[in-house]
Structure formats: C-alpha cells, structure tokens
Design a protein around this ligand. Structure first.
Ligand SMILES: NC(=O)c1ccc[n+]([C@@H]2O[C@H](COP(=O)([O-])OP(=O)(O)OC[C@H]3O[C@@H](n4cnc5c(N)ncnc54)[C@H](OP(=O)(O)O)[C@@H]3O)[C@@H](O)[C@H]2O)c1
Length: 278
C-alpha cells in the first residue's frame, strides 16, 4: 500500500482548502508546533512538519523551549497559543524531556485546536465515534486501508501496541468500523497465535522486525506503523510480503500519511474556527 502517493493527494486537497479559506476570509490557516529540548530526531520531525505546512500554503509557527523548562512554563506557552485566534492547530512534539508532565502539556491544548489528536477529550470522542480530530497516525492508517478497499466489517483486526496516540485510538476506530478487534501489548500471552487469526494486522510496537512472517495468516493485510532507527519497521517485511495480500512499506507507508493527516486536520480546524463549511 503506497502511503506516499495517497499522502500527496491528501496534502493537495488540504492545500486547496487552505486556499478557499484565504479567499473567503483573508485568513491563512496556521499550525503552531511546540518543541521542548534538544532531541535531534524531534527537531527533524518538527522541521518536516513545518515544511509540509508551508508547502500547503499554511503558516507555521514554532515555539522552541529550553531542555530545562518546567511543566508550568510549557503549559503556559500552550495556553497562550490556545488563546491566539491566529493559531488554528497546535502540535506538541513528543517525547518531551522526562521531568515535564507530558499529559499536562497535551491537556493544555484546546480540543478545537487538537489537530494531532492527543488530548483526553479527543480520545474520548474517538472512542465514542463522535465527530472529532483523530490522532494522525491511526487516522492516516484508516484512510490508507479505505483507499485500498480493505473490508473492516466483521474482519478480525489485531493491533499490537496500546499507546494513547496510536494503538488505543487505532483499536477504537476499527471497532467503530465494525471490525472485531484484539488489542495486544507487552503482557499479551501467545501473541503469535493471536496474530495468526488476524485478517488485518496493525503493528505499533516500536521494535525492529518484531513481527515474523511465520506468524501471519496467508492473505492478511499488514500495516507497519513502526519507525525504528535506520528506517526499519516493526514487521519483517521481506518475509511478511510473501504471505500478506497487502502490506505497507517502511518508509513510504504510514509515515507520509501521518503528516498529511496533520496538515488536513489543521486546514479543517481553521475552517471550523472561522465558521466556514468546506
Ligand atoms: N510513522 C509514524 O508517523 C509514527 C507515528 C507514531 C509512532 N510511530 C512508531 O510506531 C511505533 C509505536 O509507537 P508508540 O508511540 O505507540 O510506542 P509506545 O508508546 O512505546 O508503545 C509501544 C506499545 O507496544 C507494546 N509492546 C512493547 N513490546 C511488546 C511486545 N514484546 N509484545 C507486544 N507488545 C509490545 C507496548 O506494550 P505496553 O503498553 O504493555 O508497554 C506499548 O503498548 C514506534 O516504532 C514509533 O516510532 C510511527
């Protein structure tokens, strides 16, 4: 499944929305990114996101805070962005330095600007199937699976990983799409046996080549959300590709869809805040 190709179309569509917003209101949609500390990969991710924003005609604002910032300082900065009418979406790049309470930082984002889908309010809405922004990675995955006409209704979907930004919203979205979902994590017993029952497998573990080809049922659809150092996914691609009916590559699968979803949700956030129905 070619995430790069679909992501390009999603970004083009978002750029058209940004254009319509500007023509209708004179306002340019804007995403604020908050980067705390000196983690080089986080800085790279923020740069990539800002570039994609600008490519789509949006404004991108970056608030950089020092490594030794306190939770209070980070929360205060986010609250200020939350109140700024010129900012339509807020992304707090994670991980943040250890002493900072990440949850407190996320919860400072107003739900209408939570374009990265990280607040408890957003996750609650996703679980209940209410209209909402969604964490970008699972939203991108669902869009990619729909693009390839993957059947969810009645399918057994296995999700490996239960993080609040990936595994949990992923499982909820699949349940809402009428899949039967098994959510696995580090305490799960007999994981290979569970995976063998999957019609759709989402790997979000954070361990290089963790999922073995021999664990897969022939014809399974495999989504590899993993992004480990050296561009290595969570699935042993070379083995899995022999068994799966469809599979996402790493890179070029889930990653581009995540950023495209962020751009698209920011355009939607701007439209909503400006009272437009695009
Ligand atoms: N492409 C993208 O845009 C994108 C975006 C976000 C993340 N990612 C990638 O996706 C992966 C997961 O990210 P994340 O933020 O969700 O990671 P995370 O917060 O570290 O969560 C990892 C999950 O995997 C589970 N796990 C760990 N070892 C396991 C094992 N041996 N068996 C079964 N489950 C196990 C953990 O279980 P416990 O809960 O029990 O600890 C946890 O729920 C990473 O590779 C990350 O780089 C990619």
């Amino acid at each position: 499944m070619d995430g790069k190709a679909l992501a390009k179309r999603v970004r083009q569509n978002a750029a058209a929305k940004v254009d319509r917003i500007r023509q209708a209101t004179g306002v340019t949609a804007a995403l604020a990114t908050v980067l705390v500390g000196n983690d080089p990969s986080s800085a790279t991710y923020v740069r990539m996101k800002r570039k994609r924003c600008e490519d789509a005609g949006m404004k991108s604002l970056c608030v950089e805070l020092p490594e030794d910032s306190t939770t209070q300082q980070v929360v205060a900065e986010i609250q200020e962005l939350g109140q700024d009418p010129a900012v339509h979406g807020i992304l707090v790049q994670h991980p943040v330095p250890k002493p900072i309470d990440k949850r407190a930082a996320f919860e400072a984002i107003p739900i209408e600007k939570d374009v990265d889908g990280v607040t408890s309010g957003t996750l609650g809405r996703v679980i209940l199937g209410m209209p909402s922004f969604v964490a970008c990675t699972p939203a991108g995955i669902v869009a990619l699976l729909r693009e390839y006409n993957v059947e969810f209704d009645g399918a057994h979907a296995v999700v490996i990983g239960r993080s609040p930004i990936l595994g949990r919203p992923m499982a909820s979205m699949l349940i809402n799409a009428h899949a039967t979902v098994t959510l696995c994590h580090s305490r799960t017993r007999s994981l290979p046996d569970i995976i063998r029952g999957a019609d759709v497998l989402i790997a979000a573990v954070g361990k290089p080549r963790f999922v073995q080809g021999e664990w897969l049922k022939p014809g399974v659809v495999v989504v590899d959300a993993g992004y480990n150092p050296g561009n290595i996914g969570d699935v042993d691609f070379d083995e899995a590709v022999k068994v799966a009916s469809m599979i996402t590559p790493v890179p070029g699968g889930v990653g581009p869809m995540t950023i495209a979803t962020l751009i698209d949700q920011t355009a939607d956030a701007a439209a909503r805040q400006l009272g437009l129905n695009l």
